[in-house]
Design a protein around this ligand. Structure first.
Ligand SMILES: [Zn+2]
Length: 177
């Protein structure tokens, strides 16, 4: 595995050497009109890469990748974006065959509580909501996450929130109403 990490470093050296362009600095970004940014929440799963399936480039959209694309896990990052830029929209993307449909909250907790050495460590794991996707129903989990965001007090009234499901078999995203 350490070879894999070394390989990443070598690839980065080639990337930096190949006409790397310096992006706008933070002050420039934060001086842009507010509520224009659209955040994409997608799964960390390497089989689906938002920059590829939405065909966009560096600097176009902030992407938050967390297990299952669940919004509660992404909330801290969304709040940072809202504070700095104001959000104009959020696209929540869940996907077929997601790892979060293949284990329950209790199963995740059992794995890590078995490794805990102290009561504090057990409590740390108990405090995590693994946000399993029940019955492998990613349409239901998308609807639930969109509802959560729409009912959240942290974003502007004009924010546009859409829920999508990415199908690993076709490469297509479909909007969930
Ligand atoms: Zn997934």
């Amino acid at each position: 595995m350490s070879d894999t990490v070394q390989n990443l470093l070598a690839k980065n050296q080639a990337y930096a050497a190949d006409n790397y362009g310096i992006p706008p600095n933070f002050d420039t970004l934060s001086s842009l009109p507010r509520n224009q940014a659209v955040a994409i929440i997608s799964c960390m799963d390497p089989r689906l890469v938002p920059e590829e399936y939405f065909k966009f480039h560096k600097g176009e959209y902030p992407v938050i990748r967390v297990a299952g694309g669940r919004v509660k896990d992404a909330l801290r990052s969304l709040l940072v974006l809202e504070h700095h830029l104001g959000l104009g929209g959020v696209a929540v993307v869940h996907h077929t065959d997601c790892g979060m449909t293949h284990a329950s909250d209790a199963e995740f907790k059992a794995t890590f509580k078995a490794r805990a050495a102290t009561a504090e460590q057990v409590a740390e794991i108990d405090a995590i909501d693994f946000d399993e996707i029940h019955s492998k129903d990613v349409r239901a989990s998308v609807k639930s996450d969109v509802k959560y965001l729409k009912e959240s007090p942290w974003f502007g009234k004009e924010i546009n929130i859409v829920g999508l499901v990415f199908d690993l078999n076709t490469g297509k995203v479909e909007q969930v109403q």
